[in-house]
Design a binder for this molecule. Structure first.
Ligand code: NAD
Ligand code: DAU
Length: 341
């Protein structure tokens, strides 16, 4: 198969491309195009392990740029489009919603139109459990739960999910949607809870806990998520939604304390700060449909995944420093400027 991956320089997209090119049988993966705008969250360093693979190509572009998207799809003729590109951070979406709607809604529309025009055989839209809003105990959200988006980010994802699914209903396009819970693992930008807390703990800085810290998130190791996406591409049914949960629901405060214990720092570094507006209290997903239909299951135990993640951040302080300083934009200029896409 030929894969067109949007947002492949980000946290999950880059893990997916590394999985395709390093761990998937070569007969399954003929070529991979990574289409990415390289916002603050896109980092080509995440793809150094595959940079010289002859099957890999990078296109520097905005998914809202219909001309470039169309040209890329027309030239490459992908068998599948895997759509990760998004403004993905809830806090940023609250502070500055405009780019979130532009990329997450208009960008998804642009890609769907290109896939429609060129009759792309499969389109996987990567979405989130946040579209269900807060889930009251003891329930887990199934795919038919009502959409109750709380933030501009989750509203934009809910809107783009509906748009993608409407292309299946109206145009009979082969669209699939996945909705995953909170991912963690190496190469995650240190604005999200786990990498922020690890990097602060390693540097002896304070760890900001929103509100009472009792909000519950269901943690999914990024490689388990990538395996689920591949399983849905290969075995999912068109027009269907598949939840992808980690089956590891924990209050934030427990996650942060586990990080402090593992790094060997005192709990006195915890600092309660003002709560996030519209903060969802609890996410919880049922992945029963995905497991039943594709045989997928989350395999990484949380303690082991957290240790692997902490070890990775401990071993890569330069990556954190460069990401924080925007240094990787210089890396891009040095390595890619002037290269044909
Ligand atoms: P990320 O912020 O790490 O990466 C986003 C990538 O998209 C970056 O490489 C960025 O440069 C690129 N991008 C942004 N705007 C673009 C545009 N207009 N055109 C082209 N590229 C653009 O995000 P992530 O955490 O890897 O999330 C990837 C996807 O998975 C998103 O759609 C997100 O909603 C979804 N998701 C994330 C999580 C999570 O916990 N991180 C959980 C469930 C679903
Ligand atoms: O649930 C899936 C979603 O998970 C994805 O769709 C999003 O792209 C991804 O960013 C993530 O959203 P969250 O808002 O859940 O992730 P974040 O890491 O920002 O926050 C996780 C929890 O930790 C949340 O309850 C807010 C809290 N938090 C976060 C930060 C950054 C803090 O208490 N302190 C912090 O400094």
């Amino acid at each position: 198969m030929k894969f067109l991956v949007t947002g492949g320089a980000g946290f999950i997209g880059s893990a997916f491309i590394r999985r395709l090119l390093l761990e998937t049988p070569a007969e399954t993966v003929k070529a991979v195009v990574n289409f990415d705008k390289l916002t603050y969250a896109g980092n080509l360093e995440n793809l150094l392990p595959v940079r010289n693979d002859a099957r890999y190509r990078f296109v520097h572009g905005d998914i809202c740029d219909a001309a470039l998207v169309n040209q890329t799809v027309a030239d490459f003729r992908p068998d599948v489009m895997v759509h990760f590109a998004a403004e993905s951070h809830v806090d940023r979406s609250i502070l500055s919603p405009a780019p979130v709607f532009e990329t997450n809604l208009r960008g998804t529309f642009t890609l769907l139109e290109a896939a429609r025009m060129h009759k792309t055989p499969r389109f996987l839209h990567v979405s989130t459990d946040e579209v269900y809003g807060s889930i009251a105990e003891p329930h887990d959200a199934t795919e038919d739960y009502p959409l109750r988006a709380s933030s501009p980010y989750s509203a934009s994802k809910a809107g783009s999910d509906l748009l993608a699914l409407s292309y299946f209903v109206t145009y009979h396009m082969p669209v699939l949607v996945t909705r995953a819970s909170n991912n963690y693992g190496p190469y995650q930008f240190p604005e999200k809870l786990i990498p922020l807390m690890i990097s602060n703990a390693l540097e002896g800085k304070s760890l900001p806990i929103y509100g009472d810290g009792m909000q519950v998130r269901d943690w999914l190791y990024v490689d388990d998520h990538c395996r689920a996406i591949l399983a849905v591409i290969l075995r999912g049914r068109e027009g269907e939604i598949y939840n992808v949960g980690g089956s590891r629901a924990l209050p934030n405060i427990d996650v942060v304390k586990a990080i402090l214990n593992s790094v060997g720092q005192p709990h006195s570094l915890l600092q309660t700060v003002k709560d996030r507006p519209g903060h969802d209290r609890r996410y919880a997903l049922s992945s029963e449909k995905l497991m039943r239909e594709t045989n997928w299951t989350a395999t990484m135990p949380f303690a082991e995944g957290l240790k692997a993640t902490i070890d990775w951040y401990r071993a890569n302080p330069e990556w954190i420093a460069r990401v924080r300083s925007g240094e990787y934009q210089k890396f891009y200029d040095k390595n890619y400027a002037g290269r044909a896409v």
